[in-house]
Write a protein that binds this ligand. Structure first.
Ligand SMILES: [Zn+2]
Length: 251
């Protein structure tokens, strides 16, 4: 008998043996799980394209309660990430980066409904043509926030007083933005425009970010990379690939 049947987003797949795959799924009901998809790489695989990163499936999972590794039965495709991924190279890189981030942030076996909905919304926004660069910063900001890691934009991390309008000064030892009285801050600083963009990220749906990205997105890229690196204590692979691709394209 199946252990559970749940909606799930595919995060990653690794080759396993001759024809199988080890897949990492973010399930709606049980958080992140690992499962073996037997025969997933065979020519007549029943999974076909349903195991692509960020595709959404209805997964039937078998195994013991609490087992570290489950077995994937059916994976009925509910929503393919294919259409989003074929819009541009940047959109394809966004999806793989997003899947890597979700895998890194989500602990196994803990349900995260809001994270699940965030990922769904970002795939649909990419499909509708929102800016991949803005979506990348958007998903980073929200993942940090949902995991309690985004510093307050309104209160000083030193004295808990309100932060004045204008630039935000980050102070590493305080893990947050500080007022002038609690400074001098170690940096980096975020410009007033970047601060305003962050406010928009936390207020608006991802598909509304359709315009071109400006210097604010670049400022946030570096800021988020540091915060994510501090949390995970390592650098992720995808952001480096995206930077290299951008350099290559600029030649
Ligand atoms: Zn202060």
């Amino acid at each position: 008998m199946a252990l559970l049947s749940t909606e799930a987003l595919v995060l990653r797949g690794y080759k396993l043996g001759e024809t199988s795959k080890l897949v990492v799924l973010l399930t709606r009901d049980r958080g992140k799980v690992r499962a073996v998809a037997r025969g997933a790489r065979g020519a007549r695989s029943r999974y076909q394209s349903s195991l692509e990163p960020l595709s959404e499936v209805r997964a039937t999972l078998y195994g013991r309660q609490g087992a570290e590794l489950l077995r994937l039965g059916q994976a009925e495709l509910l929503h393919s990430a294919f259409r989003a991924g074929t819009r541009s190279l940047e959109a394809a890189l966004l999806l793989s980066g997003c899947a890597e981030l979700l895998d890194a942030f989500c602990p196994e076996g803990e349900t995260e409904e809001r994270t699940y909905r965030l990922a769904q919304a970002v795939v649909r926004a990419a499909e509708q043509g929102a800016s991949p660069e803005m979506l990348g910063r958007y998903v980073e900001a929200w993942l940090l926030r949902l995991h309690g890691l985004y510093p307050s934009l309104g209160l000083c991390a030193g004295c808990a007083g309100p932060l004045p309008a204008g630039r935000l000064a980050y102070h590493r030892p305080a893990h947050g933005f500080v007022c002038a009285g609690c400074g001098p801050a170690s940096g980096p600083e975020l410009s007033p425009a970047t601060r305003a963009l962050l406010g928009e990220f936390f207020r608006r749906a991802p598909e509304t970010f359709s315009g071109p990205s400006g210097p604010e997105a670049r400022e946030l890229e570096a800021f988020h990379r540091d915060r994510i690196g501090e949390h995970l204590e390592r650098e992720l692979h995808s952001p480096r690939v995206i930077r290299e691709t951008r350099r290559e394209a600029a030649r």
